[in-house]
Design a protein. Sequence first.
Length: 329
Amino acid sequence: MRNENSEIYVGNKAQLNSVKYIQFLEGKATGLKAFEIATASGFSLTVALDRGMDIVELKLNGKNISFLSATGLVNSTYFNEDEDKGFMRNFNVGFLTTGGLAYMGSSDNRRGLHGTVSNTPAYNFSYEILKNKIQVEGNIADSVMFGPNLILHRKITVSTNETSIRIDDTLVNAGDDTVPYMLLYHNNFGYPFLTPDTEIFFQPEKSFNRKYQRIKGSYPFKLKKPNIAEPEQVYFHTLKKSEYSLISPRTNLSLKVKFSSKTLPILNEWRLERNKNYVLGLEPGTNDVNGFIQANKNNKLKYIKPDERIAFNLQFDFSEVKNEKIANK
């Protein structure tokens, strides 16, 4: 569909590229507003406007990329932090779940798991279908009376003639005091894109387990087959290059992800190789996911001044890969 005047073939441009503003009417998703995007390049994705503008579903050429948990889609109206429990009851996982803004990672007696932003409705949201792309924009606030007033402006750009997606976020301190911030891009991959045959590539400079013990991983690596008793595994990496790649023989797709190294210096890795919970999370973040208290203890908290603006970006580039090319690489 490239370099061709497609307009002479169609009576309505939505036949090729479309955005539907929808609202769910069933189960705990009832009332959830979303943009449902479809492109001539093969993407179909759902941006949940009431869930921090997260990308809760992603397919390419009909092949599922992301993971959907047992919760299914849940409206943010059901959210109650309740330490870990509230987040987990709402955690559909999806292609992107955002953590932050004032804190993320492990919960404590004051802060819930991964913060509130992914369970916060966006405002001033809009979409625009341009010549070669669809752009979705909006704001999400993490605000407390007599506390932090952080605003995240999110822009998602979906190419209509290439298989690429870009996320450009700007964090603004709209308050009058310097405050700490934390941000996590919880990117998740599921079947059939993710199988034991999927290869995962990145170049770690240093790697640690959740107890901050140094480990030496073997990369590229593959996941094991699903096992009913397999516990989750979490690792933290600093990378030589702020990017990672996956090659999926099952779908004949590959993905390269690049992200801003200055503002997202840590790659958190979450492996879950369980029956019916087979998912890999590769999660660029401002910090590791051991949480606010541990980040403060380690002197790793970052701060944002009043009216300061901090940019974060991620680029997702998909491509088709033939089986023989994978075998002979």
